[in-house]
Design a binder for this molecule. Sequence first.
Ligand code: GTP
Ligand code: MG
Length: 209
Amino acid sequence: MRFDAKFVTSAFTPAGYPRWDRAEVALAGRSNVGKSSMLNALAESRNLARTSRTPGRTRALNFFSVSNDLAIVDLPGYGFAKMARTDAARIASMMNDYLGQSERLAGLVLLIDSRRGPEREELDLATLAASRSIALVAVATKCDKLRRSERAAALARFKPLGVEPILCSALDGEGLDHLRRRIIGCARAARRAAALGDGDDGAMDLRPR
Ligand code: GTP
Ligand code: MG
């Protein structure tokens, strides 16, 4: 399974978000955690999203279509210590706008370095997702860097998040099919919920007659 992802547009403000009917699944995480590399790996493409050794590569929201009903949004990374204060504030407000308002957001894939585990920002993002009833998928990135003996401890570090992470590596492909299935699952669930909201849910009508 491969995501046939195509770059569509970059946006800095809500006015720039694409107007389409696709369910969007966003990739969020600390700068340099491997979001863009993950998107490339999901698409089996080398340079769909630009990656870099230097944190702070992605500075806008980048929208990629995956199918007629699914899109992936590569978010700029937060928490990069060397970033200018004004840049960091701009990125925080771009993320808050998108995560707080996007009507199409069906899932939040939270990428966290498997050697680091969740910190305050990740716990805050998980809370935000829960408050908007957005499905949360946790990914422990760069798991190729873990020794076999370190994997259990890495998973234990994720406990405070309350969701079990998928151990993934963009380098050797571990976990990618699992993640693709979860992303598709988010989009399906959102579509089903939207259908329920339209009243077209096929549920039994239990009102007295
Ligand atoms: P920003 O755009 O700055 O937020 O960063 P990002 O989260 O998009 O990270 P990016 O994909 O650019 O990767 C950052 C660095 O981590 C690069 O040097 C990648 O080669 C490396 N990297 C990403 N994924 C993996 C992985 O699965 N394993 C290993 N070993 N390195 C990885
Ligand atoms: Mg990036």
